[in-house]
Design a protein around this ligand. Sequence first.
Ligand SMILES: Cc1cc2nc3c(=O)[nH]c(=O)nc-3n(C[C@H](O)[C@H](O)[C@H](O)COP(=O)(O)O)c2cc1C
Ligand SMILES: *[C@@H]1O[C@H](CO)[C@@H](O)[C@H](O)[C@H]1NC(C)=O
Ligand SMILES: *[C@@H]1O[C@H](CO)[C@@H](O)[C@H](O)[C@H]1NC(C)=O
Ligand SMILES: *[C@@H]1O[C@H](CO)[C@@H](O)[C@H](O)[C@H]1NC(C)=O
Length: 401
Amino acid sequence: MRSFLALLATGLASAATIDMEGLPDTGLDTSSWTTGQAPDIDDLVDLNDLQIAAKNTLSGANYAYYRTAALDEITYQKNMLDWAKIRLNGFSFVDVSGINLNTTILGYPFSAPFFIAPAAKAGKANDGAEANFVKAASAAGLLYVPSISSTLSIEEIADAASDGQIMFHQEYIWSDTSKLQDELDRMEVSGFKAIFLTVDNTGVNGIRDRSLRYTSGSSDTGHSATFTISALNMLRNMTSLPIVPKGVKTAHDVKLCADLGFPAVYISNHGGRVVDLAPTAVEILLDVHRLYPEVFDQIEIYADGGVRRATHILTLLALGVRAVGLGRSPMYANVYGEEGVTKMIDILTTELETTMALMGQPDVNDFRGNTTFINTRQIELEYFGAPLDVDTSSSPYAISS
Ligand SMILES: Cc1cc2nc3c(=O)[nH]c(=O)nc-3n(C[C@H](O)[C@H](O)[C@H](O)COP(=O)(O)O)c2cc1C
Ligand SMILES: *[C@@H]1O[C@H](CO)[C@@H](O)[C@H](O)[C@H]1NC(C)=O
Ligand SMILES: *[C@@H]1O[C@H](CO)[C@@H](O)[C@H](O)[C@H]1NC(C)=O
Ligand SMILES: *[C@@H]1O[C@H](CO)[C@@H](O)[C@H](O)[C@H]1NC(C)=O
């Protein structure tokens, strides 16, 4: 009797009951998990599972830091819920025996059309911090773009790279231009090949309730609040590396960046962490198709936000995106260190190969930009008030010549 009660008490104290945050129910069973401990990695079969595992493992403050988003988190939620309104068109009678995910990003070869996006403070999940991303990306042939707000320094991250590994580096627009110049120089000397210049945190960060509950929410970010086009042109003179504006969130600014001669632009609402109620990448891309379809031939376009599945990557690729970023998922995977990040990459790679085979297009480079593979009319109806193609005589499944 005594041991039964003791067992019961232990069970009550440690068994995990986790709020799944409305993520798709795919049958994940957490009843054997212990709160505060990383569950058996073999329990995890998709990227949502990785999030729940991180939630179970990390302190409330550290999980909130990664998970938080701006205000009511409408954009954070919409980033993930919009996928349900997409329909993917697959075709049979195609030879899909040789799947190819290899592609180039800014001219450099990578093994997949997705990459690890810049996200601050990987050290909150694992002592290996950003080095885990460098190593997992290297082993997989994937692009990693470390954040300037990383736990490790620019040089420490570069030191973890393998011979010939290509990485880009993210930068913020500091009002302190000598700090900016110093960091840009160090990125170039350390061998980073391009700069993702984040342009959506103008002077301030978004107000993020979940993390405010654990911190004072100091408002001094050091970010410039006077970053105009002339400041942008001055900044382009501060480095010889190619610059890719990140966090562009209107078709207008996509076109502006293309016309200013940037080699690429990165559409992102920062995972819903800046302007709540901002549109999603799919909505912005549809607006670019409507207003400035020529930019897809002018420059490369990257995008992110709410990407948890290969189907999400393929949706963005079909809309003309060259490569897709993942922000939170790698951070969550990092509670297992490099092994977790590798697992995340493997899951997505397998999902991509499988979905492409099932859809009847074996080569990712032939899939890209072919809107025959998607039906976005539900989103168009919601976003524009009518589908873009109002010619109802054409079936949404028609093959364009
Ligand atoms: C914890 C966290 C930290 C981030 N830090 C940065 C950063 O330092 N610089 C930046 O450009 N974007 C940052 N982002 C935004 C990501 O690069 C990316 O745009 C976003 O996370 C994509 O959405 P997802 O988390 O749904 O994949 C951060 C995102 C998260 C979740
Ligand atoms: C992808 O690239 C790698 C590395 O260059 C190469 O070994 C592999 O054969 C390529 N895969 C395909 C399907 O072309
Ligand atoms: C950038 O450099 C070029 C060439 O050195 C110069 O002509 C131009 O005025 C500079 N632009 C700015 C905004 O500093
Ligand atoms: C788009 O994909 C469809 C289905 O595979 C194909 O019939 C069509 O030729 C493709 N279009 C282009 C421009 O590649």
